[in-house]
Design a protein around this ligand. Sequence first.
Ligand code: GLA
Length: 392
Amino acid sequence: MDKEQLIEEFTEVYGGGGEIRCFFAPGRVNLIGEHTDYNGGHVFPCALTIGTYGVIRRRDDDKLRFYSMNFQEVGMLESDLSHLEPAKEAVWSDYPKGVVWAFGEKGHPIPTGFDLLIYGNIPAGSGLSSSASLEVLTGLMLKEIYGFEGVSMVDVALIGQYSENNYNGMNCGIMDQFASAMGKKDHAIFLDTATLRYEYAPVRLDDAKIVITNSKVKHSLVDSKYNERREQCEEALKDLQKVADIAHIKSLGELDRETFEKYELSVKDPVCRMRARHAVCEDQRTIEAVQALKGGDLKRFGRLMNASHVSLRDDYEVSCEEIDILVDLAWEISGVLGARITGGGFGGCTVAIVQNDAVDRYQDVIGRAYRERVGHSAEFYVVDIGDGAYAF
Ligand code: GLA
């Protein structure tokens, strides 16, 4: 979608004149480090080149008007600065509205209304963070058009997460918003979610590509199951904090595998114990995977991705039949270095590292077998790693 086209759409919906500005915030794919971000562990996501575009203009009154090119049938949605509560029935504008609300909660009240037009090209329900990209997009737009210079891009990510947790009711971690706000072309972000210290690691795949496969399924109750996983980890942490030797820990991410194994039986509930095992081991795998990538050992990186999938499937139980079919098929194909579920789970996408000469075969073989076994087609995206949110 180019700038002229977006501005044309905007003026058609809202009329011309005034200062009209364009912004973009990407979706993300996580290479490894899943369900570690609300456990004080590490993640390793990268921003994509698909995402959400926004065209915005300040108003003189306090009206907020929203229009999405993706939901044209919904038409224009209106609200105002003194009515920032979520809509009775969920609508897409609850995401940007939530961010307007969150800016106020964080001490940056929005002084005037605005007209906003949105266009997104992240496949719906794919788990590639369309909501985080919309939150980060809104945060960046508010920061820029109202001149909140003290609000950094890390703050924009945090405000987006705060809004999603407290306004939209999904207790997500910081990974998605951070990747969308802070991404860097051709790099993944090695982020310690306990401290928000991060490092950009070049993703030099030479003769391989990142291939995302969309299962085109999204099972219901995703948000509530996600929140339940989070609670199970919190319960496990509480039990572990009762052990004198590790009473000081503030998150599961502070434990290494050995220490966890020594004390794991103090987690009374066997399900919570499995969840905690995933969180601890996944964190360790993420640290190892980044070392492997830095050392150019893509094979090891791929094996760690595979192990991540097994752990998400068996200990964390966030995979599903369709995703397991995709991953099992991928593991059978020569030239696939690693494949796993990515994102929150219960459907969505897998991510694989595939050698260049196997990319066509990967799509043919998996495409055919998946259709036969599941009854609908998967979609494939051979992706590039893009920059975090920007104005253009
Ligand atoms: C969702 C959440 C993230 C993260 C992942 C799982 O995408 O929004 O914060 O927890 O699931 O790794």
